[in-house]
Design a protein around this ligand. Structure first.
Ligand code: R7I
Ligand code: MG
Ligand code: MG
Ligand code: MG
Length: 310
């Protein structure tokens, strides 16, 4: 193995932000869409991204500042970054406000959902954790779960975060789709994920991409981890050698939680192909593009230093 390329780290973060920003106008019902038409652009006319990108930046910046996973620092950053206008999940919004008021994350996250949230809000920020833990095979799952459990302690949410982190780490190191699926089959335990993984594998072996309604009904398009993570994984692997915007168009057609499915698929596509392969005209209209690039470069430096010291 080697250290993950700088361009692939940037591709992952920028692909995520682009999938998020391009998908956000299509998320939710008529009221949410109308709202996003009003607040979905910056004062410079750029496309705004949502909680998916914000939390990924929070994780990235925490790793850079601490040089390791520090759960209390992560919780503080998640809470400090919370804005209603970023479209957080309803439970996540309540949880982050509790943490901001000073409640410890370990108790706050059980006060909202007794077993922890099974939303996809941990999976959507897990690709960068996969990069961080890429060369720690025995601790990989524990590391990924540490970042996820702060807000998403439910086993289904933890499993979704593992799917995304593992796929991101493998695809960024150039693994084939077959090798990525084999790694996932080995690590992924829970039935709702295993069943969908099997369908995705059959579709990838067959080659042709099914219609959006077929993808939606077989793999899911909702805000739960179990009904979105394999959908995003499938799109990223199916469109790996095709244009980013073709994948994004299919994510929009699948519908439902488009920003998050687009974000996860975008992060995996970007990790596979690198930032240079992302559509330039879209990147030029993306909120805080240079801040994201800078964070990616610093994360890459951390990964390189970590790799050299091994
Ligand atoms: O998972 P989370 O951060 O939401 C992420 C989604 C993404 O689409 C983002 O783009 C953003 O739009 O929201 O937020 P949570 O509130 O933790 O979970 C999402 C939703 O899943 C919750 O609001 C609930 O509707 C549902 N949910 C649960 N319902 C019942 N019991 C999650 N966990 C439970 C549960 O235990
Ligand atoms: Mg979002
Ligand atoms: Mg939402
Ligand atoms: Mg979403």
């Amino acid at each position: 193995t080697a250290v993950i390329d700088r361009d692939r780290v940037a591709g992952c973060l920028l692909g995520l932000a682009l999938g998020d920003a391009l998908g956000a106008p299509y998320e939710g019902g008529p009221i949410e869409r109308l709202l996003w038409r009003m607040i979905g652009r910056t004062s410079h006319g750029e496309m705004r991204w949502t909680d998916d990108t914000q939390m990924t930046l929070d994780v990235t910046e925490s790793l850079i500042a601490q040089g390791q996973i520090d759960q209390d620092d992560l919780a503080r950053r998640f809470a400090a970054s919370y804005r209603w206008s970023r479209g957080y999940g309803a439970g996540a919004a309540r949880l982050l406000r509790r943490i901001r008021r000073g409640q410890p994350w370990r108790s706050a996250n059980r006060a909202i959902f007794a077993n922890g949230s099974y939303g996809n809000g941990a999976a959507m920020r897990s690709a960068v954790v996969g990069f961080y833990a890429a060369h720690q095979p025995t601790e990989f799952t524990a590391r990924v779960h540490q970042v996820a459990e702060i807000t998403h302690a439910h086993p289904l949410a933890l499993e979704g975060s593992l799917v995304v982190a593992l796929a991101a780490s493998r695809v960024a190191l150039g693994a084939s789709n077959e090798a990525i699926l084999a790694a996932l089959r080995e690590q992924v335990q829970l039935a709702p994920f295993r069943a969908r993984l099997e369908i995705a594998q059959q579709w990838l072996e067959r080659g042709a991409v099914p219609s959006a309604p077929e993808i939606r009904s077989a793999l899911g398009n909702r805000v739960t981890a179990a009904e979105s993570c394999i959908t995003a994984l499938y799109l990223a692997l199916a469109y790996r050698e095709r244009p980013f915007l073709d994948m994004q168009q299919q994510a929009i057609a699948v519908g439902g939680d488009v920003d998050t499915i687009g974000a996860i698929a975008g992060s995996l596509w970007g990790a596979a192909r690198g930032a240079a392969a992302l559509p330039e005209t879209s990147l030029a209209r993306l909120e805080a593009c240079s801040q994201i690039r800078a964070a990616a470069d610093q994360l890459h430096k951390l990964l390189a230093a970590q790799y050299d010291s091994k």
